[in-house]
Design a binder for this molecule. Structure first.
Ligand code: SAM
Ligand code: DTB
Ligand code: SF4
Length: 371
């Protein structure tokens, strides 16, 4: 049995990432079989409960208000809308629902009260409930747990160094602090990141290094291939190759043997054979449904056909740990003072370059219209 280690060095992780491809898949598949049923994949369903208009500048994100992307913005959904969507997801084989909001951080307001009701209702439907709502104070984590939250998704997105190249409005340490808050309440942490943003292999290794030093390891590790969305600073990035995706998944599987490694965004660019190779390399979770938060995902029927071909069964809820109990105390606010989150506001080179280019185009257009 592979030992659970919290002391991986970056050199060790890089050596795994760089293994000959066939050796890497073989090793990852072996580690996978020690802790998981290789014929089972967890199916999670995403619901974007509040879409767009976000104050942050995450360079990959179509929901950042400052980038001009073609998405349908929405205020917070009603509790009824969410429970209806969760029922449909459950009927389709999903054991987990992930509620996503385009927020920088959670506030102690009416919207949060409604999210707590959504958590309570979906937990009452015997589905694992995950939320991804941005940064979270200790008391907010407690309230979510007491409402019945099973997992909290908060991605590190990349290495600490590369993070500064894609986001200037929030700090890496604040992300880690939020993860700590969730862990302290006994909420399963779901944390991973994105590849294909222009980062180096060492940045990918750096992210896995930080994740593998969390104690306990995250319960799930989403690996997203960047979906390059027109209007965002990363719109021109080429979709990541399947070979890199498999390497990243296999390395995550080996350094965090018990985690659910989630083959997340970016599947519309992959063939079914490519996705099968990801499952072989240790991926054992997907987001199903034809939409992620704002971008397309493979059709539900295509996924179920692939499961059939591969003899894969959707994993049941609460196999890894018990269903959280909803306690009425989720309604009480115990927070004495508001949590302070940093705003680094450093310059992001790629954004500065784009701004300068746009200014130049405007200048040339103005001059030629005067001619
Ligand atoms: N606002 C909250 C936050 O940032 O934590 C939650 C929602 S946010 C959209 C959740 C995650 O989606 C991000 O951390 C990022 O990893 C992923 N994501 C966003 N846009 C993406 C894109 N274009 N391609 C791949 N993953 C993306
Ligand atoms: C995660 O790691 N990936 C999901 C979920 N957690 C919230 C989100 C992917 C978003 C892709 C871009 C979009 O659809 O807006
Ligand atoms: Fe906002 Fe989250 Fe998108 Fe960043 S990733 S812009 S915080 S919704």
């Amino acid at each position: 049995m592979s030992e659970i280690r919290y002391d991986w060095t970056k050199e060790e992780i890089k050596a795994i990432y760089d293994m000959p491809f066939m050796e890497l898949i073989y090793k990852a598949a072996t580690v996978h079989r020690e802790s998981h049923n290789p014929n089972e994949v967890q199916v999670s369903s995403l619901i974007s409960i509040k879409t767009g208009g976000c104050s942050e500048d995450c360079g990959y994100c179509p929901q950042a208000a400052r980038y001009h992307t073609d998405i349908d913005k929405n205020d917070l959904m009603s509790v009824n809308q969410v429970t209806e969507m969760a029922e449909n997801a459950k009927a389709g084989g999903a054991s987990r629902v992930c509620l996503g909001a385009a927020w920088r951080n959670v506030k102690n307001d009416n919207d949060f009260d409604n999210v707590l009701e959504m958590v309570k209702e979906v937990n009452g439907m015997n589905m694992e409930v995950c939320c991804t709502l941005g940064m979270l104070s200790q008391d907010q984590a407690r309230r979510l747990k007491e409402a019945g939250l099973y997992a909290y998704n908060h991605n590190l997105d990349s290495s600490e160094d590369f993070y500064k190249e894609i986001i200037s409005t929030r700090g890496y340490d604040d992300r880690l602090r939020t993860i700590e808050h969730a862990q302290k309440e006994g909420i399963h942490v779901c944390s991973g990141g994105i590849i294909g943003m222009g980062e180096t292999d060492n940045d990918r290794v750096g992210m896995l290094y930080t994740l593998s030093h969390l104690q306990p390891h995250p319960g799930s590790v989403p690996i997203n291939g960047l979906v390059p969305v027109p209007g965002t600073p990363l719109e021109e990035q080429k979709p990541v190759s399947i070979w890199e995706m498999v390497r990243m998944i296999a390395t995550a599987r080996i350094v965090m043997p018990k985690a659910q490694v989630r083959l997340s965004a970016g599947r519309t660019h992959m063939t079914q054979e490519g996705q099968a190779m990801c499952f072989m390399a240790g991926a054992n979770s997907i987001f199903a449904g034809d939409k992620l938060l704002t971008t397309p995902n493979p059709q539900y029927n295509e996924d179920m056909e692939l499961f059939d071909v591969l003899n894969i069964k959707p994993k049941q809820a609460y196999v890894d740990s018990e269903q959280p109990e909803t306690k009425d105390s989720y309604k009480e606010v115990h927070e004495e003072k508001q949590e302070k989150w940093s705003r680094p506001e450093h310059k992001i080179e790629a954004n500065e370059r784009k701004k300068a280019e746009a200014k130049e185009v405007r200048k040339v257009t103005r001059v030629s219209s005067l001619d």
